[in-house]
Ligand binder design. Structure first.
Ligand SMILES: Cc1cc2nc3c(=O)[nH]c(=O)nc-3n(C[C@H](O)[C@H](O)[C@H](O)COP(=O)(O)OP(=O)(O)OC[C@H]3O[C@@H](n4cnc5c(N)ncnc54)[C@H](O)[C@@H]3O)c2cc1C
Length: 301
């Protein structure tokens, strides 16, 4: 029997684990994909306090992991598939085992949204990617497109402009939601072209991606854009399938009170999976700390 099982090892999950582990609660973190979550996939994090010159996301998350392990937190590479309320606790069912615990913290973050166009699935890993930091190096000297108009899309385009020979930023509108400083930096890059008011209709190729079919949203004119890769960066979707029946959600995100309690007693949530406006490493860490302390109080009562 664990005191607390934390689902997800991103900034929210590992912060909660540091708090509960340090309070000597028997703590386990379950991780389905890679320790550190989305933050570990970011090459440079400039806005997390304490690092005046920025920090590599994977190094930062490695420190979170080491700090949690110092407090005897167990980390298991397993995917949580189901939660069940039982008389003596909560049962967490994974792809490999079942565990019983007294409290659960859901910190499963959010995944990249897909374009849902022809060719996206079939060329995944053969020119289609959702992470420039992870896959950018494969496109050294090649031509790539980034799709999106937010901070992440602009950041990814900047990152890729140092690797690829040519970067196209495709955005369905004229204006950007992205931070102006980052946008100005991107505009200064000689090998970046903007394809505005355009959507991707189809991804085509042979073994690998060779071209995109674009449509101008006003004139409806179609255009072929020859590229070797496409990075989709159009936002996030919550990872909510396994608990949607069990706790109250809105648009797939978990509804919590200010102490990160969900609608199910003993079940807490933290980080990007929570229904809120701002999703950052610092906000995930804040949520994780609150959830950790709230679990300590809940188990003492
Ligand atoms: C490309 C990119 C750049 C970013 N840049 C910045 C930045 O510069 N500054 C900043 O502050 N923020 C940045 N962010 C946002 C930041 O990464 C997130 O806000 C933060 O990682 C959220 O933390 P989290 O712990 O809530 O979720 P995540 O980091 O998403 O971690 C969730 C973890 O849960 C795991 N998981 C999901 N479902 C299950 C399951 N069923 N069972 C087990 N494990 C599961 C996932 O595999 C994942 O590892 C960026 C995000 C992206 C995608």
């Amino acid at each position: 029997m664990y005191d607390v099982i934390i689902i997800g090892s991103g900034p929210a999950g590992l912060t909660a684990a540091i708090y509960t582990g340090r309070a000597q609660l028997k703590t386990m973190v379950l991780e389905a994909v890679g320790i550190g979550g989305n933050a570990a996939l970011t090459d440079q994090i400039d806005n997390f306090p304490g690092f005046p010159f920025g920090v590599d996301g994977s190094d930062l998350m490695d420190s979170f992991r080491k700090q949690a392990e110092r407090f005897a937190v167990e980390i298991k590479m397993q995917e949580a598939r189901e939660l069940k309320k039982e008389k003596d606790g909560i049962r967490v069912i994974t792809d490999q085992a079942e565990f019983l615990c007294r409290a659960v913290i859901i910190a499963t973050g959010a995944k990249r949204r897909h374009l849902d166009v022809e060719g996206e699935e079939s060329f995944l890993g053969r020119g289609v990617s959702y992470c420039a930091t992870c896959d950018g190096a494969f496109f050294n000297g090649l031509s790539v497109a980034v799709v999106g108009g937010g901070d992440t899309a602009v950041k990814e385009a900047i990152h890729l402009s140092d690797i690829a020979s040519q970067v196209y930023l495709i955005h369905r509108r004229e204006g950007f939601r992205a931070n102006q400083t980052a946008l100005n930096k991107l505009r200064e890059k000689k090998n970046v072209s903007f394809k505005l008011n355009r959507i991707v209709q189809k991804i085509e190729g042979n073994e690998y991606v060779t071209q995109l079919l674009l449509k101008e949203v006003n004139t409806k004119e179609q255009e072929i854009l020859e590229v070797d890769g496409i990075f989709v960066s159009i936002g996030l979707v919550p990872d909510s399938s396994f608990f949607q029946e069990f706790i109250d959600t809105k648009d797939g995100y978990i509804l919590t009170d200010t102490n990160m309690n969900t609608s199910q007693p003993g079940v807490f949530a933290a980080g990007d999976i929570v229904y809120k406006d701002y999703r950052q490493v610092a906000t995930a860490v804040g949520d994780g700390a609150v959830a950790g302390i709230a679990v300590i109080d809940y188990l003492q009562e």
